[in-house]
Design a protein around this ligand. Structure first.
Ligand SMILES: [Zn+2]
Length: 270
């Protein structure tokens, strides 16, 4: 009989918790909560996420779900896009006079202006679908946020995370549609979700994709911060799926966890 608690993160992104059958849920939850950072780190490296989110090399960044690189060129005066002939990756060329320590800021500024355009276009595209309610829309604001992708105020101000420009367009659209539907319903009730589905029938898959992207983004730049909302929602999903006895029954052999990262050996009396 099993006497210890363990949590496993599998290469496919699945998280399994093993526990003695009679252990209380509260105790198991506390165990999982204490290891949240570890789980998040392992999840962010899982192969599913890696297969979705292209990894970055030096001088590269994510833009609208793709990899871009940056470089300097003495011939350009303002940020310019050119296709790099050698690797086929679009390159953001910055003026060669730019001091190295200003490069990151320049890339960030360029992405912010792209974000303003792309988000603005998507809002305009959504307005006719929403109809009259879209008249409540007042203003788009961009912010760098660590915990959320967007928000909508009762006054019709939609705030979007400028880092949303790093993820694929479908994911951006899902957030835009979500926030704009709050112009109609200021809650997450059934009517709200129905409306989101009407406006964007495939929003569910875009949301799932966004979760995967969020995990990596939070790892790359916010290593010292708490998990993003997307990571939190991923963990909520895990929590919902945690019917421990069933989970335990599923994992019968050790063979299928050989690749998995495992924390174990903690006595239930802890
Ligand atoms: Zn919402």
């Amino acid at each position: 009989m099993r006497r210890t608690l363990s949590v496993e993160v599998h290469p496919d992104g699945a998280v399994h918790v093993r526990a003695p059958l009679r252990m209380s849920e509260a105790r198991i939850e506390a165990f999982v909560r204490d290891r949240m950072d570890w789980i998040v780190t392992k999840l962010s490296r899982s192969s599913v996420i890696r297969s979705v989110v292209p990894p970055l090399e030096l001088r590269q960044f994510h833009h609208r779900g793709r990899v871009m690189s940056w470089g300097t060129d003495s011939a350009v005066r303002r940020p310019t896009i050119r296709l790099n002939q050698s690797d086929g990756i679009p390159q953001l060329l910055l003026p060669a006079t730019l001091p190295p320590e200003r490069v990151e800021l320049a890339v960030r500024r360029w992405q912010r202006s792209e974000a303003e355009n792309v988000f603005g276009v998507m809002i305009n595209e959504t307005m006719p679908i929403l109809g009259l309610a879209s008249m409540k829309f007042r203003e788009l604001r961009l912010r760098r946020m660590t915990r959320r992708w967007g928000s909508c105020s009762t006054g019709g101000v939609i705030t979007l995370n400028e880092r949303l420009i790093e993820v694929p367009d479908d994911c951006i659209r899902a957030v835009v549609v979500h926030e704009m539907c709050h112009l109609v319903h200021m809650n997450h009730g059934q009517a709200f979700h129905r409306l989101v589905r009407d406006v964007m029938p495939d929003h569910q898959s875009a949301d799932t994709l966004l979760d995967r992207w969020s995990v990596v983004l939070s790892e790359e730049r916010n290593t010292r911060r708490r998990p993003s909302t997307a990571v939190a929602s991923e963990l909520r999903r895990i929590a919902v799926e945690r019917r421990y006895a069933e989970v335990l029954a599923q994992i019968s052999s050790n063979a299928d966890v050989s690749d998995a990262a495992i924390i174990s050996g903690v006595r239930p009396s802890m």
